[in-house]
Design a protein around this ligand. Structure first.
Ligand SMILES: [Zn+2]
Length: 276
């Protein structure tokens, strides 16, 4: 069985055997108690309740963490705003992120939305981002998939994008780096190399504020937890890329809310790998 999205395979299952009418058929057809239901993947949950009313937190002048199960970073420039992770989870969450961004940085358009990577839990709100007239920025490798997905007709139910009549505008940048810069601010976007989780996954870095924003590669372990053996591959790749890029980072912000939900440091990330 192969499932596709936007023409690309997203799920495949090989049926290795079949047992007709097993004795425990009723049990197999009964959902487990206390299940999380559909859409709970990605570590942060996708419950609709999480989309309601985000709060935000000022990290620096003109830099705000828009809080939720999936956090976004709003960055003010002289005459516009850039959002990192503008469309996670669903349309409602994206609309809430956009509304909160406009509240904390009033009277400027949100011109660019940089997505961390193409996975569904980080992109399912993008129709609302397109409807807002925001240019989606992502490495070139993701462009065709997003363009096809976001251009597909809505045949079952209209969404904010189809109602707006807007067409997706997607900048697929080439190379390993995309810099947003004006007289007031610099945001550097770097492609992470060698990551099994996804091709074309990026992090955002504010060199003046020394803030780094990322998705999926590091989950804060419980205090005093032993270093996992083998260590977490995504976190190793993340740390190796930070070594390669030689970024000067004080605070690290995760798109997925951590437990406890807070910013971390590169030292904590390295400590989770048993590195100094
Ligand atoms: Zn992912």
């Amino acid at each position: 069985m192969v499932q596709k999205r936007g023409g690309w395979p997203t799920f495949s299952a090989y049926i290795l055997g079949a047992h007709p009418n097993p004795a425990n058929l009723q049990q197999l057809l009964t959902p487990p108690q206390g299940g999380r239901g559909a859409g709970g993947a990605g570590g942060g949950g996708a419950a609709p309740a999480a989309a309601a009313a985000p709060t935000s937190e000022k990290l620096a002048d003109g830099v705000f963490r828009i809080n939720g199960a999936y956090n976004a970073l709003a960055i003010e420039f002289a005459d516009h705003i850039v959002l990192f992770e503008p469309g996670p989870q669903n349309e409602a969450r994206a609309q809430a992120i956009i509304a909160e961004t406009k509240k904390v940085i009033p009277n400027k358009p949100i011109r660019f939305g940089v997505i961390s990577h193409h996975h569904f839990d980080h992109t399912s709100g993008l129709p609302a981002v397109v409807a807002e007239g925001i240019t989606i920025v992502t490495p070139e490798v993701n462009r065709d998939f997003l363009m096809t997905s976001l251009s597909a007709p809505r045949t079952l139910a209209p969404d904010s994008q189809s109602k707006s009549g807007k067409k997706p505008v997607i900048e697929g940048f080439k190379g390993d780096k995309r810099v947003f810069q004006d007289a007031t601010r610099t945001l550097e976007v770097y492609v992470i190399k060698g990551l099994p989780h996804a091709d074309g996954l990026v992090v955002g870095y504010l060199p003046k504020e020394r803030i780094l924003v990322y998705a999926d590669m590091f989950n804060l372990p419980p205090a005093n937890a032993p270093v996992p053996d083998p260590p977490v591959v995504g976190t190793m790749v993340f740390a190796d890329n930070l070594d390669r890029l030689k970024l000067n980072v004080d605070r690290v912000m995760s798109v997925h809310s951590l437990n406890p939900d807070r910013l971390t440091t590169v030292a904590e990330l390295r400590a989770s790998l048993g590195r100094k």
